[in-house]
Design a binder for this molecule. Structure first.
Ligand code: COA
Length: 568
């Protein structure tokens, strides 16, 4: 079926639906919801049988929904209406939430219902719920709606607009006043709910040392205590603030200066010189996870397998994080284990360079250079490991340098729903490093070029089919982790482990004699030097637009297939 995606951006949910529907043979083209005229033009050009709006911020023009079936994905249960659906569900601590696929009819979220799927709520950030529960429910609901659309005679359910009760209701846009934190009286649970309800956008507005900031990336602290509202500790860029009955860590802040654009930074960095009197409180790498606190890198060991977790906010890896992760990896390599599993984080495996930290640096070019070298050092440590077999376990999505970091492991496994973006060019024609020119052809030969050029997301199933990753499995995160654990343990206890390790060493030695790793790195970095320091500013412009979340003013042609046809 020819399906036009009408969306505010090609966000994670849109990408996931794109790979799921493409996998099922549908012909998908994408148009960003920029204004009525471009939308109308896109529909005329593509002549879709169905229009799907996975992530919309503007109403669909009447002339479109009157003539075409337009299905809108709403992150709310049946009857719920309004632009802050998930925010209210988190703030109101509801036990169950859902996704509804509605027909656009001119009244916001009030059209007939084509499908609805509910899920149990988890105490988590809005962005995490969106990337997991909402996305999975949306995929199920959209597939169901499409099935019903092709069924002859199916009529969708009219929305039940009761004001209250089991079904949802209209909720206004959530304001900052609705989620304002009272540090003296709010307990930890309430503070977390408020910050989670606004993560990753718009963030909860609050004051730090007399400055206004938006808060993101919060978690509970079980042991540190202080006077409510006091900043009592910092750790690896996060700050810990006392609540009415305990404390929370805040990982990221966005400083708000009226009339100026700003972006998120690690909290300690955003507060810069204001934290002199706040102690840095370290944490052992292998501290038991039962104790709630802030950690971005941690290590566990079980049955001859070491698990190295790196849960970096938004999957972005700064120079300092890459260096700490490399140090932790080298420590893991010293352990008497046989397999090391690189777990990434639950929301993202890795999205490569930390573009926000780069943007904030005095010299973004120099910081890009430092960051890519730190990524390369990490990738090199993984590639040259001859004491262990290594596994990259992709619980969450991964993009750009993150994908190639995963390919530096001996095996790469992904959760079924994971989306990979194995290309760099969307970031202002960035060439990329992380030894991709060695790692990609090693896995898929010449086909790698096509993947890099296409600049499209690849679902886990397609990535496995292409040979980019070894396998994908697990409907849920828990299923995936337990399957990764049993695979890793089987590998560690395989009677042929010694032979497997010897074969790995032989292959590496052969590859090194064919072309040294250092030569791949040098060549890649030569291209990157041009990206960072050359005359063409595309990378710096693209990074600026990305970091400041500047909306596209047109849909890139690799997504807007209908416009490509016109160009030819
Ligand atoms: N550095 C800093 N922040 C990053 C990041 C990176 N490398 N990758 C993603 N983010 C942030 C986004 O700014 C966004 O921030 P927000 O919480 O303020 O909204 C958040 O992660 C989610 O990203 P978004 O683009 O909205 O999510 P998505 O799931 O729809 O798309 C990607 C994911 C990875 C495809 C897209 O974010 C991307 O292209 N990232 C850049 C990858 C890259 O070029 N890395 C550098 C070269 S190695």
């Amino acid at each position: 079926m020819r399906i036009l995606f009408l969306t505010h951006s090609f966000n994670s949910l849109t990408q996931r639906l794109y790979v799921e529907l493409t996998e099922r043979g549908h012909d998908i083209s994408v148009e960003f919801d920029i204004n009525d005229q471009t939308t109308i033009e896109a529909v005329q050009l593509f002549q879709p049988e169905l229009i799907l709006a996975p992530y919309l911020r503007r109403a669909i023009p009447a002339v479109i929904w009157q003539q075409h079936l337009c299905l809108v994905v709403h992150p709310g249960i049946k009857g719920d209406r309004g632009p802050s659906a998930l925010d209210w569900a988190i703030l109101n601590d509801v036990p169950e939430w859902g996704v509804t696929v509605l027909q656009a009819n001119g009244e916001m979220d009030a059209g007939p219902i084509w499908a609805a799927v509910n899920f149990p709520m988890r105490q988590a950030r809005k962005s995490s719920l969106y990337r997991h529960e909402v996305t999975e429910a949306a995929v199920t609901a959209v597939l169901q709606a499409i099935e019903r659309f092709v069924q002859v005679g199916y009529s969708p359910e009219p929305v039940d607009d009761r004001p209250s009760g089991a079904s949802g209701e209209w909720h206004p846009v959530m304001s900052q006043a609705d989620r304002r934190i009272n540090w003296s009286t709010d307990d930890t649970r309430t503070v977390l709910r408020k910050i989670h309800s606004a993560d990753g956008s718009p963030g909860v507005e609050d004051s730090f040392f007399g400055e206004t900031h938006h808060l993101y990336d919060a978690c509970a602290e079980d042991t540190l205590r202080g006077a409510p509202g006091e900043i009592i500790a910092r750790r690896h860029g996060a700050v810990c603030r006392a609540t009415g009955d305990g404390a929370v860590w805040i990982g990221h802040l966005k400083k708000i200066i009226p009339g100026e654009k700003s972006f998120k930074l690690p909290a300690a960095r955003a507060l810069q010189d204001k934290l002199h009197d706040v102690p840095e409180v370290p944490i052992p790498l292998d501290m038991p996870h039962a104790c709630r606190t802030y950690r971005d890198i941690w290590y566990e060991e079980k049955n001859r397998v070491g698990y190295l977790h790196f849960d970096f906010y938004n999957g972005a890896m700064s120079t300092e994080q890459c260096q700490r992760l490399r140090a932790a990896y080298l420590q893991a390599r010293q352990r008497p284990t046989r397999v090391i599993v690189l777990m990434g984080g639950s929301d993202f495996w890795s999205n490569g360079l930390h573009l926000n930290c780069i943007e904030a640096a005095d010299s973004p070019a120099d910081e890009s250079w430092r960051n890519i070298n730190a990524m390369d050092d990490l990738a090199q440590a993984i590639i040259t490991t001859d004491s262990h077999l290594t596994i990259a376990a992709l619980q969450g999505n991964t993009a750009a340098g993150g994908v190639f970091l995963a390919l530096s492991a001996d095996h790469a496994f992904a959760r079924d729903g994971v989306v990979l973006n194995p290309h760099y060019k969307n970031m202002g024609n960035l060439y990329g490093s992380e030894y991709w020119t060695y790692l990609l052809p090693r896995r898929i030969g010449e086909r790698g070029r096509e993947i890099m050029e296409n600049r499209l997301p690849v679902g886990a199933v397609a990535a496995k089919r292409a040979g980019l990753i070894n396998d994908c499995f697990g409907k849920s995160a828990d299923d995936f982790i337990s399957m990764v654990e049993s695979t890793a343990e089987n590998l560690a206890n395989d009677p042929a482990f010694g032979l497997l390790l010897a074969a790995k060493r032989r292959q590496r030695a052969q590859d090194e004699s064919d072309k040294p790793l250092a030569a791949y790195r040098l060549e890649e970095l030569e291209h990157l030097r041009m990206n960072f320091y050359g005359f063409d500013p595309s990378y710096h412009v693209a990074r600026y637009n990305f970091v400041f979340r500047i909306s596209h003013s047109w849909t890139p042609l690799h997504l807007a297939k209908h416009r490509r046809r016109v160009k030819k």
